[in-house]
Design a protein around this ligand. Sequence first.
Ligand SMILES: [Zn+2]
Length: 179
Amino acid sequence: MFFFEKVSRVLDKYIIHFKGLRQGKHLFEFVVENAFFEQFPEGEITKGTLKVSVLLQKHSSMLELSFSIIGNVEIPCDRCLKPMSLPLTYEGDLVVKFSQITDDSSDELWVLSENEHELKLAHYIYESICLSMPIQRYHGMEGTDKDACDKNMLGRISQVDETKRKTDPRWDKLSELLS
Ligand SMILES: [Zn+2]
């Protein structure tokens, strides 16, 4: 099972071993790079470089984590479909509690077994990055270069739209309604 071995090795960097930590605040820093995104081939992000800071507060019976993620990811532009580099920031909190019953976890609250000694954060980090992406992404939005949009591609896409409009009877209906 070579694939799974590879997965675990890349994502094992994003683990906090909390058992041996004293109570109080601890800062952890991780770097997310292309190899990280390769572990999530079903996602839209193909590349990226981000810094993840995790401030962990250990209490006697629970953990509080504050995440701060900043960097850039590469995703296709909605308009021209060419890859574009998008700046992202994410701030979020996670509470970890311990119980024998571990089935009521959510995005902001994890309930782990009392025997657990580490936090596997790779999926949480990945989902946080995905959540911080705007719904629409295109060359020209804040932090990106409008001129990088592929004009040939834009031309082709608008031609296709035009053809669709001409051949789609619903469009005529809509035009009638609007006029
Ligand atoms: Zn574009």
